[in-house]
Design a binder for this molecule. Sequence first.
Ligand SMILES: [Zn+2]
Length: 104
Amino acid sequence: MIYKLINPEIISEAGEQLGEEGCLSVPGEYENVRRADQVTLKAMNLDGDTYTIEAEGFLARVFQHEIDHLNGILFIDKLPSYKKDTLKKSIKRRIQEGDYTVTG
Ligand SMILES: [Zn+2]
């Protein structure tokens, strides 16, 4: 399924889920991230009409992850600070060792 969402916004969320995420912006790094289990989004379609979508579980996670990107937030920003620090050190080490390719 392909979703084309223009200016998507999360207008409500409920519940909680914990699941592993990775991201092309942080290649090779995966961490468990706590997110809402159900979300309702408001967005425009390609005709400029506003509509809402309800999602839960993995799809709700995907929407939250991608909408965070639009707001300059990566999944690592959702981690507790000690985990974020560990991950940053891992990335710095991988860059120094030439084992880190930034894409996009
Ligand atoms: Zn991502």
